[in-house]
Write a protein that binds this ligand. Structure first.
Ligand code: G3D
Ligand code: MG
Length: 176
């Protein structure tokens, strides 16, 4: 019997780091559900096959549009999330420094911790890169996160970011 999981995950990170670009690239979808757009978040669906685990994961990928002012919007965004991608832009140091705040806000809203993957995005922009691989990796390892370098533009490692998260989420269910 193969296992089926459904997980809501959240895209975390500052504006313009590539959260939407990564999600669109991964799901090959344009965002659905207009009524959610009005409250500032959207989601896309993607089925991930995990043959080694004999499992199928249906991901509901939530993406917060901008920085909604209303706390209630953010609560709805986080509610029920089982994992997330902490995304920063390797060409802007501030976005790297801010992933800690996104992580804190996420755990505070949920009242518990969930698996998060650190995603260093825009690695195609080599000339303007300011956050090194070593720095990103060191922070991720220190805080027990898997580290992935991606480019939503070229598609590099985009799938890896999400499938790594699936692995960790499935594992955490099996431990529970
Ligand atoms: P957000 O959803 O986190 O706010 P977006 O970010 O996905 O809207 O991306 C912001 C801008 O960065 C977009 O450019 C997008 O095309 C670009 N971008 C996203 N990922 C990458 C990447 O990996 N490499 C490069 N070079 N650019 C990327 P525009 O010009 O459309 O605003
Ligand atoms: Mg966006």
């Amino acid at each position: 019997m193969s296992a089926e999981y459904r997980f809501k995950i959240v895209m975390l990170g500052d504006g313009a780091v590539g959260k939407t670009a990564l999600t669109v690239r991964f799901t090959q979808q344009h965002f659905q559900s207009d009524y959610k757009r009005t409250i500032g978040s959207d989601f896309a669906i993607k089925k991930v096959e995990m043959p080694e685990r004999d499992a199928t994961v249906t991901l509901q990928v939530w993406d917060l549009a901008g920085q909604p002012r209303f706390e209630v919007v953010r609560q709805g965004f986080y509610r029920g999330a089982r994992g997330g991608l902490l995304v920063y832009d390797v060409t802007r140091r501030r976005t790297f420094l801010n992933i800690k705040n996104w992580k804190d806000e996420c755990f505070k809203n949920l009242g518990r911790e969930i698996p998060l993957i650190v995603v260093a995005n825009k690695v195609d922009l080599e000339e303007s890169r300011v956050v090194t691989t070593e720095e990103g990796k060191e922070w991720a390892e220190k805080h027990d996160h898997i580290y992935v370098e991606s480019s939503a533009l070229t598609g590099k490692n985009v799938e890896d970011a999400y499938t790594n998260l699936c692995e960790v989420m499935v594992e955490s269910v099996q431990v529970d």
